[in-house]
Design a protein around this ligand. Structure first.
Ligand SMILES: Nc1nc2c(ncn2[C@@H]2O[C@H](COP(=O)(O)OP(=O)(O)OP(=O)(O)O)[C@@H](O)[C@H]2O)c(=O)[nH]1
Ligand SMILES: [Mg+2]
Length: 250
C-alpha cells in the first residue's frame, strides 16, 4: 500500500509572543510527516496518508524579540517567516500568511499555548476523508478544557448565536482559533479584516457560499491576563458589526 502525500500549511500570526513562540513552533513541528489511517467517505478500504507540513509565520510588527526568534527558527529550517513592518492586527497577519501558503489544506495556529497541535489529526481527518471542506475545532463540544471566565463564555456564545441566526447554521464556536480549510475554499473569498474581525468575516463568507462547517471537539487552555491575554468585551463590537455587514455585502 503506497501512502498518499498531502501538504498542509500552518498559518501562524505572531505579535509579541517571545515567551511561547519557540515552544509552540516545536510542538507544531512534531506534527510534520504525520501518518494517518483514513477511510474516505465513499470507500470501504482504509488508506494511509502522510501529512507534510510547512509553517508560514507572520510577525505582525512585534516590539519584543519575536522576529529575531522567527529568523533563527527559519535559518534552522523550521518555518518560513514573513514580517509586517508595523503592527496591523491578527487578521492582516493571517491574510499575509494565506498569500504565501502552498499547502492543499490551510490550518490557523495562534502562537500562544491556548490550543494544542497534538489535535491536528482530529482536525484534518474530516477533510482528508472527504467529509468536509472546512473544519472548526470547538471548545464547546465536551473536550477537556480549563474553565474560561463566565463573561468570556457569554461573549463567545453570543457571537456564535448571532452567526447561527444570520447564516442559518448550528456551529458551537465561531471564535475558535482552530479553523481548517481546503485551499480552494479560501481562494475565492475576498478578506478585508485587519484585526480580530477576521474570525467572523471568514465564517460569514464561507457559510454564505454554502459550505457546511464540520466541527470536532478540541481542548482549550486559555491563558490569563497576566500571561498576556488581550481579548476584552470591546473586541465583541466589531465582531457583531462584521457579522451583520457581511450578511448583506461581500
Ligand atoms: N493581540 C494581537 N494578536 C495578534 C496581532 N497580530 C497577530 N496576533 C497573533 O494572533 C494570535 C491571537 O492573538 P491573541 O491575542 O492570542 O488573541 P485571542 O486568543 O483571541 O485572545 P487572548 O489569548 O485572550 O489574548 C496570536 O498568535 C497573536 O500573536 C495583534 O495585532 N494583536
Ligand atoms: Mg490567544
Amino acid at each position: 500500500m503506497t501512502a498518499e502525500i498531502v501538504r498542509y500549511s500552518v498559518l501562524m500570526p505572531v505579535y509579541n509572543e517571545e515567551q511561547t513562540l519557540e515552544t509552540i513552533v516545536k510542538k507544531v513541528r512534531y506534527m510534520d510527516n504525520l501518518r494517518l489511517e483514513i477511510t474516505p467517505v465513499t470507500e470501504a478500504e482504509t488508506q494511509e496518508v502522510i501529512l507534510q507540513q510547512e509553517i508560514i509565520a507572520v510577525d505582525d510588527g512585534s516590539a519584543d524579540g519575536s522576529l529575531a526568534i522567527l529568523r533563527r527558527l527559519e535559518a534552522e529550517g523550521m518555518l518560513k517567516a514573513f514580517a509586517h513592518e508595523k503592527n496591523q492586527g491578527k487578521g492582516a497577519a493571517i491574510r499575509t500568511a494565506i498569500q504565501h501558503a502552498a499547502g492543499d489544506i490551510l490550518l490557523i495556529q495562534d502562537a500562544d499555548l491556548e490550543y494544542d497541535p497534538r489535535e491536528y489529526p482530529v482536525l484534518l481527518q474530516p477533510i482528508l476523508e472527504g467529509r468536509a471542506q472546512v473544519v472548526y475545532g470547538s471548545r464547546f463540544l465536551g473536550g477537556p478544557r480549563k474553565a474560561m471566565l463566565f463573561r468570556h463564555m457569554l461573549g463567545n456564545k453570543f457571537l456564535t448565536f448571532l452567526t447561527n441566526l444570520l447564516y442559518d447554521s448550528i456551529i458551537s464556536d465561531m471564535e475558535t482559533c482552530y479553523k481548517v480549510f481546503r485551499r480552494e475554499v479560501l481562494a475565492g473569498v475576498p478578506l478585508h479584516a485587519r484585526r480580530f474581525e477576521l474570525e467572523p468575516e471568514i465564517t460569514a463568507k464561507i457559510l454564505k457560499r454554502g459550505y457546511r462547517i464540520y466541527e470536532v471537539p478540541i481542548s482549550y487552555n486559555g491563558r490569563e491576563y497576566e500571561e498576556g491575554k488581550n481579548i476584552t468585551w470591546r473586541d465583541g463590537i466589531p465582531a457583531i458589526w462584521t457579522l451583520i455587514k457581511y450578511r448583506f455585502v461581500d
